[in-house]
Write a protein that binds this ligand. Sequence first.
Ligand SMILES: NC(=O)c1ccc[n+]([C@@H]2O[C@H](COP(=O)([O-])OP(=O)(O)OC[C@H]3O[C@@H](n4cnc5c(N)ncnc54)[C@H](O)[C@@H]3O)[C@@H](O)[C@H]2O)c1
Length: 498
Amino acid sequence: RHGEAVCREAERAALVEALRGERVVIATGGGAPCDDAAWSGDLLGRPGTLTVALDAGPAVLLDRLRAQAGSEGDAAGRPMLAGDDPLARIIALKAARQPWYDRAALTLVVDRVTVDEVAAEVVRIVSGEPWTVKVAAPSGSSEVVIGSGVTTTVGARVRAAFPAAHRSWVITDAGVAPHALAPVEASLAGAGLAVGSRVVAAGEGSKSLAGASDIYDWLLGNRVERSDVVVALGGGVVGDLAGFVAATTLRGLGLVQVPTSLLAMVDSSVGGKTGVNHPAGKNLIGAFNQPGLVVIDPALLATMPPRQRRSGWAEIVKHAVIQPSTPGGERADLARVLTRNLTALATGTEPALGYVIARNVALKAAVVEADEREAGLRAFLNFGHTIGHAIEAAGYTLLHGEAVAVGTRAAARLGHRLGTCDAATVATIDHLLDAFDLPRTAEADLDRVHHLIGSDKKRAAGQQSWVLPLTEGGVVIRRDVPETDVRAVIAEVVTPAG
Ligand SMILES: NC(=O)c1ccc[n+]([C@@H]2O[C@H](COP(=O)([O-])OP(=O)(O)OC[C@H]3O[C@@H](n4cnc5c(N)ncnc54)[C@H](O)[C@@H]3O)[C@@H](O)[C@H]2O)c1
């Protein structure tokens, strides 16, 4: 009745008043955060204030507005619904306001969740309690704990998960040890566990039978006992190597994963795949070994070399693409969670970073629970990896995640050629990978890339499975993929090594 300016002023005054309180939850109207003044240091930008944006797509917003207006019997009182194209108006308004909404510390995507589910997530975030995810697989169960600072609780958690353990054997690498070994040792010792530590060379070269053999000598030479616990402190290399050693020493020691790289946090530390490489290929010798406990502290990522850290986003983008095809994946929100929280994620800011890691762990856990041994569903996790692994092995200059990113682009293009997805799907996947600054092409020995994919196929008894994206979201497995198409997409992303 009094016009928008008056309404906004009253709203601002109410916000100022509400923010005077301690421990309050304030739900603002959609326009309230949409100017600089709202984000000043005494309003939404006030230290100690956590801002969470709830993002819904325009069509969902329209449905909800209509439902609300219907239940209030007051459609005319909703200016958004007036006129003949309310959807267009919502799209335009949302686009104009988006930069303000993106200033929130965290954006949750709420298209397909109930109010109670969203509220539970917000409460968890505000409480500062770590996230926990359980993995119950046929070969064993894991508890995964995710929270900034949980490194200091490793000792107490190991004690609780392995009450019979007297000694802990920490395996780490030379890149991680200077940053993370001392606090982990201190926490273990503080919980009354004897601690021995072994530092291996950083890099894929340590993930070998010779590397495993060195650790067997160390453990057995020091009279390791079956009730002891191996603590894998590092990236995927350390996790795979230490997990394999734990599975095979004395027919199985306790295993705790303390991942320190982004890739290890969202992928390799969860799911129980362990192993070492062989000259015939990567990961060809190994065992399933579910860690009893996984402790994920996103704060450890602060010391990651930027390129290594960037490469970890490739697996997260992979999860976002496959999400709709995974158990619980109906929420189908991960891609938008990444886009909306990009700034916070790229700078490693909480609570966005911990939230995204926890959601990725939950996705991986759900897939592993449904199909630990990769009889079906778990193969979706190989999206981008068939070509990615070949590029990684034939290029030698790319990190695992970088090769996976290029493999993901190739798999998307393959899907387009075979008609599983449209050009817009390819563009969306490219856009996500670009957002995390992941490479578009790779330099590699083309013949070797083809040869490696060919040997993969032979191992699969001529039935190479390709995981390809779908236009409607999610992925599909196809086995009838002509080699000419594979060659064509590889030519698009691989430039011959010169
Ligand atoms: N088991 C699985 O399910 C699974 C899944 C995906 C990948 N993998 C394996 O994981 C490996 C790749 O893992 P990755 O990318 O973590 O590589 P990585 O283990 O080699 O770690 C990358 C580098 O970062 C350093 N680093 C790690 N954390 C650090 C920290 N917090 N601060 C400073 N430096 C740190 C390491 O020293 C290393 O130099 C590959 O061998 C791959 O096959 C396994």
